[in-house]
Design a protein around this ligand. Structure first.
Ligand code: PMP
Length: 405
């Protein structure tokens, strides 16, 4: 049973007014709102157990360490990782991707290739370009079609060149909503001897993720898009890969022994967690995941799909609307434009009516270049949104069209 009113009551910000109107928050792909349990858990941490972790014999330090490691286990279970030490705490998806791209420097040489797709977030392009610059490897790009679906025969041909060492693709596109066939990509890449990193920033808040069933080598996501605190994230890596990769940052916590002659590194996961981490963030990310599982990821996915179908149908009644991203398999992200009107202007007008949408290129400039547009208006729905809110968006967009058209 999906009790939307009870769920909405968990999110205090949904009672806020913006510009004198009830907030309608449709910028969930950028960051999600936080339920009261998450907000309380942050304050609880500082009120009761705040101490540095992994270092003190004193009770508070042990309590904080235990809570941090419990959260790691919660995340392990949530994504079905084989080991807790395959779960690294990061500051977000960007951090996770950079960690892997940096570590791959030693595995690449001129003539090798790194493969991304045409619909990646800048976070899953630029670190790989920097890696290519460092090593002389080439960047291969899986093209997409006019619906915003990857062209898989082209992917197969690129792989067949036999040069690819790692493939990095998103599970769900943040600007198009496309759900990519990541299992197919992983299996094909493995058969060609390439590793695979999945950018799960947009998938983790909406889908059940099973890294073992996917057989992903790396899976990165952000906590703040999944009801957790900002500055939190996870990089899953297969044990064998994490053992092979060099540390990303040097410092405290990541060492076994340090002398001026030679330093040896700590085991997993600490080798990749230098310095004092975002302790309360890591702990409370576990709280957020418990909260999502309390509702049920499957129920969340079904409900959000209903919002997608409803929103697509209602918005398509607006004259002159052009959807950007019309893949068969989509998450609850709707990007669109109105003929002759700049997306920014629509965003600014609907904001006056209390509706938060994103406008612009959504950190996917190559996607905008592909469709030859300056940007889109993006409404991205979460499980606490309603069809009534979508009706409010449609009415606001129609009003904006009248004012600007
Ligand atoms: N990849 C995708 C697909 C995203 O949507 C985002 C966030 N918009 C990122 C990567 C980067 O996430 P973060 O800023 O949390 O590191």
């Amino acid at each position: 049973m999906f009790d939307i009113q009870a769920i909405r009551a968990d999110f205090p910000i949904l009672n806020e007014k913006v510009n004198g109107k009830p907030l309608v928050y449709f910028d969930n792909a950028a960051t999600s709102q936080k339920p009261q349990v998450v907000i309380d858990a942050i304050s609880n941490y500082y009120s009761t157990i705040n101490a540095n972790i992994h270092r003190g014999v004193h009770t508070l330090s042990q309590l904080a360490t235990d809570a941090y490691e419990v959260s790691r286990h919660t995340i392990q279970k949530h994504i079905n990782a084989a080991h807790a030490h395959e779960v690294l705490f990061t500051s977000g998806t960007t951090h996770g991707i950079n960690l892997v791209a940096s570590g791959f420097t030693q595995f690449l040489k001129p003539g090798n290739a790194v493969m991304v797709s045409a619909m990646e977030h800048h976070s899953n392009i630029v670190p790989w370009q920097m890696l290519c610059e460092r090593t002389g490897a080439d960047l291969q790009v899986i093209p997409m079609d006019e619906n915003g679906e990857l062209i898989l025969p082209a992917f197969d041909s690129l792989l067949a060149e036999g040069r690819t060492k790692i493939v990095a693709v998103n599970h769900i596109s943040n600007s198009l909503g496309t759900m990519n066939p990541v299992k197919y990509i992983i299996d094909k890449a493995h058969a060609a001897g390439a590793a695979v990193l999945i950018d799960g920033a947009q998938a983790a808040p909406h889908l059940t993720i099973d890294v073992q069933a996917l057989d992903a080598d790396f899976y990165a996501f952000s906590g703040h898009k999944a009801c957790g605190p900002t500055g939190t994230g996870v990089l899953y890596g297969k044990e064998a890969w994490l053992e092979k990769l060099p540390p990303y940052q040097g410092g405290g916590e990541m060492i076994k022994e340090v002398s001026f002659e030679k330093t040896t590194y700590a085991g997993l996961p600490h080798k990749f967690e230098a310095g004092t981490p975002h302790i309360e963030g890591g702990i409370v990310l576990g709280t957020a995941i418990d909260y999502l599982n309390g509702i049920g990821m499957d129920k969340i996915a079904v409900y959000e799909h209903q919002l997608l179908v409803y929103g697509t149908q209602k918005l398509s009644e607006i004259e002159g609307i052009q959807f950007v991203g019309t893949a068969k398999e989509k998450a609850s992200v709707i990007s669109f434009n109105l003929q002759g009107i700049h997306p920014y202007d629509i965003g600014a007008i609907v904001d006056k009516m209390g509706i938060a949408v994103r406008t612009g290129h959504h950190c996917t400039q190559p996607v905008m270049q592909h469709f030859n547009i300056p940007g889109t208006v993006r409404a991205s729905f979460a499980f606490y949104n309603t069809t009534e809110e979508i009706d409010a968006l449609v009415a606001a967009v129609k009003k904006a069209q009248m004012m600007l058209g």
